[in-house]
Design a protein. Structure first.
Length: 343
């Protein structure tokens, strides 16, 4: 029998029982649910990741809908339990749903919601931040200062990569990938090479128009190219940012062979999903190529890093914070609640 889980209850007399597996930022999402006659139960367990048994205990015998997190494994066990409890909807507080077995949800008649759009610019900003931090070795330099090692300016101290006029490569030019590309192009006047199954016409038009603007003002215009293969991006780009969905075709998209064709001083950024990179192979590549740098927001075995990654000075690593702006996280919570209400 599932062990009881500690909860906070809002609107105890509400007609519909909705469970949130985590407390979420802001209060608008809470008001949306309670104003629509929902009894909202928010899990207050001091665990980063809930187990399947924990979530079963939250669902209980009667539950109309659940708001969950991307760290949870939503498969047949949970969806069948939600169905038995009378539930009809699961809302994932994430842009993706690789933690969700959609077929299992369909078998059990459970509608799935997610939160795209609201985190586009915030995620792109984090990817751009990682690009700059890795290229200019900001984390290394910060640690050097804090350790009291700085004793004066030197010509070779923390020499990094100039971004202006270099080539940014984007793999996956959807909403987030395109927003990232625009930031890097307009911010640093970088040229673009991208790979996507579909033509990113709006992005191409933006680069063309910006290039014409620069030329009209006496500056070198920026350019764009849609690559025929992903390998073309990896070979040509100075900074590569990964923005694909995670599925069977993109698992270990970056592997030893593809790492080997990248420039020795390239910067690789991942703010999409951890398993698109073979992380063990990446560690070995970082060891063998000290001027190759990475900026990572996600990890293959999250929340853990592969052995050796934490020791790499040429890696900037942050704990899955791409969407972590106040505006975005509150927006994600609001969308999560709306997903429940529409069903």
């Amino acid at each position: 029998m599932a062990k009881p889980v500690s909860i906070q209850v809002w609107n105890p007399s509400g007609k519909y029982r909705v469970v949130s597996t985590k407390s979420m930022p802001g209060t608008r999402w809470i008001r949306l649910l309670t104003d629509n006659d929902c009894r909202l139960e928010i899990c207050t367990e001091h665990k980063t990741i809930l187990s399947v048994d924990d979530i079963l205990a939250l669902i209980g015998d009667r539950c109309d809908g659940v708001i969950g997190q991307l760290t949870e494994d939503w498969g047949d066990v949970l969806f069948s339990a939600l169905k038995r409890a009378g539930g009809t909807v699961f809302s994932n507080m994430a842009v993706g749903y690789n933690n969700v077995d959609v077929e299992a949800a369909n078998r059990n008649g459970i509608a799935i919601g997610n939160t795209p759009g609201v985190l586009t610019e915030t995620t792109a900003e984090l990817a751009a931040s990682l690009s700059l931090a890795a290229a200019r070795r900001i984390v290394e330099a910060d640690q050097f200062m804090r350790a009291g090692l700085y004793d004066g300016w030197l010509p070779h101290l923390f020499v990094g990569n100039l971004l202006k006029g270099q080539t940014v490569g984007v793999i996956g030019a959807g909403r987030i990938g395109s927003a990232y590309a625009r930031m890097m192009i307009e911010g640093f006047k970088m040229n673009l090479i991208y790979y996507d199954l579909y033509q990113a016409t709006r992005l191409e038009n933006f680069v063309t128009a910006y290039g014409q603007f620069l030329k009209a003002n006496g500056e070198e215009p920026v350019t764009w190219k849609r690559a025929a293969t992903m390998e073309d991006v990896l070979r040509e780009a100075d900074v590569i940012s990964l923005h694909p969905v995670l599925d069977k075709t993109t698992y270990h998209l970056i592997n030893p062979e593809r790492l080997a064709i990248m420039k020795k001083e390239a910067v690789l950024v991942n703010a999409s999903r951890g398993p698109v990179i073979d992380e063990a192979a990446l560690v070995e590549h970082l060891k063998a190529n000290p001027m190759f740098r990475v900026g990572l927001d996600v990890f293959e075995d999250e929340p853990y890093m592969k052995p050796g990654l934490a020791d790499m000075k040429n890696a900037v690593v942050v704990p899955h914070i791409a969407s972590a702006s106040k505006w975005t996280r509150e927006g994600m919570a609001t969308l999560s609640a709306l997903n429940v209400l529409v069903w």
